[in-house]
Design a binder for this molecule. Sequence first.
Ligand SMILES: O=C(COP(=O)(O)O)NO
Ligand SMILES: [Ca+2]
Ligand code: NA
Ligand SMILES: [Zn+2]
Length: 311
Amino acid sequence: MYVNTKEILEKASKNFYAIPAFNINNLEFLIAIIEGAIEKNAPVIIETSEGAIKYAGNGDIYRGANLFVKMVREYADSVKIPIALHLDHGKHLEYIAAAVKAGYSSVMIDASHEEFEKNLTITKEVVKWAHASGVSVEAELGQLSGIEDNVYAAENVLVDPEQAKIFVEETGVDFLAPAIGTSHGAFKFKGEAKLDFDRLKKVKELTNIPLVLHGASSVLKQFVDIAEEFGADFGGAKGVPAEEIKKCVELGINKVNTDTDLRIAFVAGVRKYLKENPKEFDPRKYFKEGMNYVKEVVMDRLEFLGASGKA
Ligand SMILES: O=C(COP(=O)(O)O)NO
Ligand SMILES: [Ca+2]
Ligand code: NA
Ligand SMILES: [Zn+2]
């Protein structure tokens, strides 16, 4: 069933488990994610970036947002597990407006590249306005290095726990993404994975709301290897080990954003199938192996985050 993100995250926060938020751009990823969540009897968050909305609407953001709501609601209303739809990294008000208007469960206002006061003011505005439509809100404090859609952050700017306390009190935001050392994409960390667990612990104590981990893909070697066996070149790809993510969950992370792991799994399956089936040209066939790999990643993540059986 189609639910509000806040209600499933509040439950996760009380019981110290986490719900993965999986990014989609098309129907195939949606099907694979929902199949995996049903098999694990788990709640799941589907999220779309602004780029996904532009892509699905072929340039028309209202059409894209409406299409995702209709697609996800149609699936959600026909299955028992709780499913929420979230706008990931909302940076432009017209995308946030389109998502709220279309009926997204929740939206992220990502103004974390702005000065603290400006981020606070913008977020406060969006919270007031989204809450008026029953939509919950995620915001971000600190910066993840690497490309964030269209904003390049040169290096990590870690969250200040004291600022987080003020930010949450002043804005009324429903859940918060504190930057603690992760980054987006397949090439995280210069050296070893280094997450600031103490900082995370302090943010949880001072804010006591559901927290979000961005840049949480593990960059799974088994799928990198398959993709490379069939022509991909992901040299140097590196992610966050599942053990580190589990530690974040124990310290209060409740929403775990995962995009890159699904992309690598999917392209590995498609490359493999196409190479092994040169005569095939039915997309329902040549996407299937990739969808199965995505489903595997989904089920594995639901398991280690403790979301399995929590539907
Ligand atoms: O933070 C993410 C996804 O991060 P990954 O690239 O690690 O999957 N989406 O908002
Ligand atoms: Ca940001
Ligand atoms: Na998000
Ligand atoms: Zn992110």
